[in-house]
Ligand binder design. Structure first.
Ligand code: ZN
Length: 555
């Protein structure tokens, strides 16, 4: 079992905005962050994350909770698993009351392996030679922990000499188990690149062959610790600069990243042997940097850049594309001492959306009307994937590139898509009761003063919330909703009193009218209610006295 104190210190060391931001793209909205809810399909964001309360809440479907709950629900895992997942993300060592867990063991296996790989490089003149040939400096090798893994049997021997059970090494992604049930090393005869989570926890390895193996690069498999489709190589080293410079460079490979950093471009990262996908966007969104795609100018590089630029553009990212000319990759240019030229190319990056539009057009022979029609169709589809305002801004560019009238793209017809603001969700609600309840959440000491004047009957749909607030149960979705909704004010004690007087007066006048109109009510009861409300309650309220609730008013 994980020690409770350990869970508490993990909780206090993590931030819900950061945790949720690893899974979905969050956008700042006042004191909170907003997103489209990952738990129900929606197009206007009603999912809110509150850094001050450390909770999330969806106004659309009512889900809510803390960072641990979010990870449980998103990953479909239980409480201890979510704790361990978070601990691995934050490179946090949990303490266990007895024994240990798969996670802490996998982490230990990776760390032991990394030390050994790193030592392996000093024993391998061939790989040192290779790295020198790529102009990788010794200090970069150390900074990025570049290593070397000799043949597979040596990996097994080493792990056994360290008393690491082989199934644990499989769990960590260092070994694999073949169809014949025999263990084998996943990486052998390769230069190794340790891969870290954004918070600096070692989660896996990438390996480049030095023996002309047909698979140039191999990565660790997907493990409990390692989700390669969301991670970016080098991110934990680049993170601070990315936040500071509001820029991130995405390049194609591990060596490119290392060379960029070596040449002083310290915001460089790379995807882990995959194309950029929407899964990378939450991490890219952090710190709201401009995204520069720095890809090779060859056919594969251009295709990858186009795909990435389309995704980034349609998700509202700012940024640009640099294609390195003549089949050179950025690492080659930097190795050839042309860092200045690289800097100039980065400065002149082609903005994302015009880049996409140009490349769509370039794929067709637009002198041919039929081809032009196809290019037009593709551009139009792409433009409609953009937000209406961005679409509007780039429609003239598209028209110019294709040599057609902007009107053909149907400029300005998409206004129905303009997103409704989050505040509109609240217009059907009763803001008075909401601020009264929110005040009670924020200032629980006031609850006792008002408890005896309120009733479920007055609060209508808000009655269950009052019950939760009084019971100090802050996990009720409605309570969390109020708590994170920055539009609802917290009242002072005096404002609360006045708001209550007003609400009580509205309530009792309504009861009075209802009583008179109620055919099932006896004459005596009607007289009683009328006298009670008209001659007792209302005058007291007018004098500013909060009247205790009496259940015999209920009809
Ligand atoms: Zn939702």
């Amino acid at each position: 079992m994980i020690e409770q104190s350990s869970i508490e210190s993990l909780k206090s060391s993590m931030d819900i905005v950061d945790v949720v931001g690893n899974y979905i793209e969050l956008k700042k909205a006042g004191a909170n962050y907003k997103a489209n809810c990952p738990f129900h399909g929606e197009k206007t964001p009603s999912f809110v994350v509150s850094p001050s309360k450390q909770i999330y809440h969806c106004f659309g479907c009512g889900v809510g909770g803390d960072a641990i709950k979010f990870v449980m629900e998103t990953e479909h895992i239980n409480y201890p698993e979510a704790i361990e997942k978070l601990a691995s993300m934050y490179n946090f060592s949990l303490h266990y009351t007895q024994g240990s867990s798969d996670y802490s063991e996998a982490k230990r296996v990776l760390e032991v392996t990394q030390k050994w790989y790193s030592h392996g490089l000093s024993q391998s003149p061939v790989s040192q030679e290779y790295l020198r040939g790529r102009a990788i400096a010794q200090h970069s090798i150390e900074e990025f922990g570049v290593g070397f893994v000799p043949d597979g049997q040596q990996v097994m021997d080493y792990l056994q000499s360290q008393h690491i059970p082989l199934p644990q090494a499989v769990e960590a992604g260092v070994l694999a188990r073949g169809e014949d049930d025999r263990y084998y090393a996943r990486l052998s005869q390769r230069i190794t690149f340790p891969i870290y989570s954004p918070n600096g926890a070692l989660v896996g390895f990438g390996g480049r062959t030095i023996s002309n193996h047909p698979a140039k690069y191999i990565n660790s498999p997907q493990t409990k610790l390692f989700n390669k489709s969301r991670l970016l190589y080098g991110y934990h080293r680049a993170k601070e600069r990315i936040y500071k410079q509001k820029e991130i460079i995405i390049c194609e490979g591990y060596l490119d990243v290392i060379m960029f950093h070596q040449a002083g471009f310290r915001t460089a990262v790379a995807t882990l042997g995959t194309a950029l996908t929407e899964e990378h966007l939450p991490l890219l969104r952090k710190g709201e940097p401009k995204v520069i795609l720095a890809y090779d100018g060859d056919k594969a590089g251009v295709a990858a850049a186009l795909k990435a630029a389309k995704i980034l553009g349609s998700h509202g990212f700012e940024g640009g594309v640099v294609l390195f000319p003549g089949g050179q990759d950025p690492a080659d240019l930097i190795a050839a001492g042309e860092s200045e030229r690289v800097a100039a190319l980065l400065r002149e990056a082609a903005p994302l959306i015009p880049f996409v539009l140009e490349h769509i057009a370039a794929a067709y022979d637009t002198a041919n009307p039929n081809q032009k029609e196809l290019a037009f169709g593709e551009m139009k589809t792409y433009l409609s994937s953009l937000s209406p305002i961005v679409k509007d801004a780039y429609t003239p560019t598209a028209a110019t590139i294709l040599g057609v009238s902007a009107a053909l793209f149907g400029a300005g017809r998409d206004n129905s898509q303009v997103k409704r603001e989050f505040a509109e969700h609240e217009t059907k609600e009763d803001p008075e009761w909401q601020s009264i309840l929110k005040t009670l959440i924020e200032t629980p000491s006031l609850i006792d003063d008002v408890m005896d004047v309120l009733s479920d009957d007055m609060l209508g749909a808000y009655a269950p919330l009052l019950g939760s607030i009084v019971g100090n149960d802050m996990t009720h979705p409605g309570v969390m909703g109020l708590s994170v909704n920055a539009q609802i004010p917290v009242l002072t004690q005096e404002e609360l009193r006045r708001a209550l007087l007003k609400q009580l007066e509205i309530y009792y006048l309504r009861k009075f009218k209802q009583a008179l109109a109620d055919k099932n009510l006896s004459f005596e009861k009607k007289v009683y209610i009328r006298n009670k409300i008209q001659k007792d309650i209302i005058p007291k309220l007018k004098r500013g006295e909060l009247v205790p609730y009496e259940s015999n008013i209920i009809i």
